[in-house]
Design a protein around this ligand. Sequence first.
Ligand code: FAD
Ligand code: NAP
Length: 339
Amino acid sequence: MSLQVQPRVSLKPFNSFGVDVEAQLFAEAHSDADVRDALAYATAHAVPLLVIGGGSNLLLTADIQALVLRMATRGIRVLSDDGSQVVIEAEAGEPWHPFVQHTLAAGLSGLENLSLIPGTVGAAPMQNIGAYGVEIKDVFAGLTALDRQTGELRDFTLQDCNFAYRDSVFKQQPGRWLILRVRFTLSRAAHLHLEYGPVRQRLTEQGIDQPTPTDVSQAICSIRSEKLPDPAVLGNAGSFFKNPLVPASLVAHLKFEYPDLVAYAQADGQMKLAAGWLIEKAGWKGFRDADTGVHKLQALVLVNYGGATGLQLLELAQRIQQDISQRFGVELEMEPNRY
Ligand code: FAD
Ligand code: NAP
């Protein structure tokens, strides 16, 4: 067995909140064989298995009594190329942003709006990662996952994944599917999505009126770097709450009291509220309690100033949820995966 299992490993370097909890057992998977060895090890030792990627969407509230398996498999390959569309596959452990850059350098369009999202390729389908008007479902070609219940491999189509806003079958069936590799259909011709206000504005400021996918990626990287804390400097897990989908009638009601309320119409008739606006309006932006806080530039991001525990961050999140519910009658749902 090539898998190296270590006892009692601090997970501080392996979660972007920088929360210091310990894994009972820890290993890294560099191949499918390592993944199978980890499953066998967990079964033989009667411990649960927790799979992680970059740890950028985790809230760890206690020591993890499990074998924590960090996906470190690497490899990117072109599966087909008809001259206009290319199907490209990446292993689960590939870091997401370098993979996006790899596709752009190869002259492929489709992932540029998803630039600078932390984490791995294998975790991207978990919550159908999205930013600036694009979600991975828009360019998704398929994935291969291991069914942890049967040990069998399964290929998933777009329909199988049940993708929705920050949601998928993988999130709905926690712990069942271990994603090994993901495929995307990308284009040689650019089909750009510039409808999210700041993107077009940034390109215009730079004097770019005919942007390439790389221009869009660079504009998004610069916007994100200005607004979002770098986890290497200030612990965070990106947006802590999902933007709530609410009935249009509630938005109409709230607009009486808050004419500047930010809400976006959805195809199904619902409205999406900007959770960050609600939290900022309630006065939480820049709030700090001991080492937990709400980021001063983006109210949707909770931060760890150094020594916060997962439970303290959870407590702050719950206070915010309660306040938003009381003020606006809106229930905020947490986005990070809690363990
Ligand atoms: P982890 O945090 O390690 O894991 C997340 C979940 O996926 C866990 O439940 C884990 O068990 C599971 N998992 C991980 N790998 C696998 C696998 N191979 N098979 C099965 N299950 C697996 N998200 C967005 O959608 N849009 C954004 O714009 C965005 N911006 C962010 C900005 C910052 C600064 C940060 C810190 C986070 C941001 N996120 C964003 C959240 C996060 O980056 C994404 O959700 C990312 O896909 C998580 O990847 P990860 O590898 O770090 O997953
Ligand atoms: P923003 O531009 O301040 O906008 C606030 C919210 O309004 C966004 O979350 C977005 O919802 C929504 N929005 C803005 N323009 C819209 C439009 N034209 N049509 C529909 N909805 C619109 O957002 P931000 O916080 O700086 O983030 C920018 C993008 O990166 C967003 O897409 C956001 O989701 C993504 N992001 C995600 C995370 C994460 O951890 N999940 C972290 C950082 C950034 P949506 O979120 O639904 O797009």
